[in-house]
Design a protein around this ligand. Structure first.
Ligand code: ADP
Ligand code: MG
Length: 317
């Protein structure tokens, strides 16, 4: 099977392309109809075998997760995903692997209403680069740089479960149903597109939690030129983290990566309205601290004393 057969077989979808894809896979470049008066968001992420996933994982999961983590970046900007390109580096043409990969890709892209419009295929050590393009109304994108002193810091969901799953990958003492839930969080981290209208209306800054909550909050702080104070008692720790790693629970929630939760800030004047709107929508987010003047992170412990907090997310270099 040559490169072109491979693309035709696995990636040139037989389904009808959305009307905004004027030219998709098969030409020198995709041609997309960007709606007038919308901003285009573009994000890309590379997943390398042995670094971001294990080669023995089901290729379906590898593809699904790659889509989730990229869509999460669009969600963090208050955008709606629309189009994707895929650059695939493969050591060999393993048709069974490619079939699983293509299925996971198709299912996840369909879930997020996103069309695959192009890509590139090369030989080399297994790596996947996905680019996702999305749309926001003009000036509605939530940047990292908008946080102001006094803003409330929010976490979109209980934290630490993906890092727990990673730490327990080879451990035997995990109940089947718990393992299932952990692996689901690790392999299908659902991007919080459900929070999109709330981000657009209320958030001053946002980021998705890929490196770890404290490290990603630190990115907001640096970009905004502010500091942050967290309250230990209010950090939402995932119940399975409390159960399986009681001694490391706070550490996993604050520093564990891969949750793809959202961390966002809300001006104090908007906070009550946000809470009411979330409640009406049947959603729950957690207020975990506030933005302050200065720089760096601190955490107010259960003893009510504040200590500096060292952000220790994952760093490649
Ligand atoms: P070119 O040589 O012009 O870059 P390629 O041979 O790389 O073209 O790709 C041919 C077509 O197939 C292009 O439209 C490209 O976007 C698409 N394509 C290549 N690899 C992939 C892939 N892994 N997934 C989706 N589309 C792909
Ligand atoms: Mg090419």
């Amino acid at each position: 099977m040559n490169e072109f057969d491979l693309i035709d077989t696995f990636f040139k979808s037989e389904t009808i392309l959305p009307a905004d894809v004027l030219l998709g896979i098969g030409d020198d470049a995709a041609c997309l109809q960007v709606p007038p008066n919308m901003n285009l968001l573009v994000t890309t992420d590379t997943l390398v075998s042995g670094v971001h996933f294990r080669s023995e994982w089901d290729a379906y999961d590898i593809a699904y997760r790659a889509v989730c983590v990229n869509v999460s970046d669009i969600a963090a900007m208050a955008g709606e995903p629309r189009w994707a390109t895929l650059s695939l580096t493969l050591p060999t043409v393993d048709e069974a692997w490619l079939a699983r990969f293509a299925e996971g890709l198709k299912d996840s892209l369909t879930t997020f209403n996103t069309a695959l419009v192009g890509g590139d295929t090369t030989r080399g050590p297994l790596a996947i680069t996905l680019t996702i393009m999305g749309l926001t109304p003009p000036n509605a994108a939530t940047a990292r740089s908008g946080a102001k002193p006094g803003d409330v810091i929010m976490a979109s969901q209980p934290l630490g479960i993906a890092a727990l799953a990673l730490s327990l990958l080879d451990s035997k003492g995990v109940k089947n149903e718990d393992r299932k839930q952990m692996m689901q969080a690790l392999l299908r981290p659902m991007p919080r597109l459900d929070l999109l209208p709330f981000l657009r209306q209320y958030a001053s800054a946002a980021i998705d939690v890929s490196d770890g909550f404290s490290a990603d909050l630190q990115h907001i702080c640096r970009a905004s030129g502010v500091g942050a104070s967290l309250r230990q008692a209010d950090i939402p720790i995932h119940p399975l983290v409390e159960q399986y790693a009681p001694l490391d629970a706070l550490q996993l929630a604050l520093n564990g990566g891969d949750d793809y939760a959202l961390c966002f800030t809300v001006p104090p004047s908007e906070f009550a309205r946000l809470e009411a709107a979330l409640k009406t929508a049947g959603l729950l987010c957690y207020s975990v601290g506030f933005i302050k003047e200065g720089e760096g992170l601190e955490i107010v412990g259960l003893d009510n004393k504040s200590r500096p907090l060292q952000a220790q997310g994952y760093l490649h270099f």
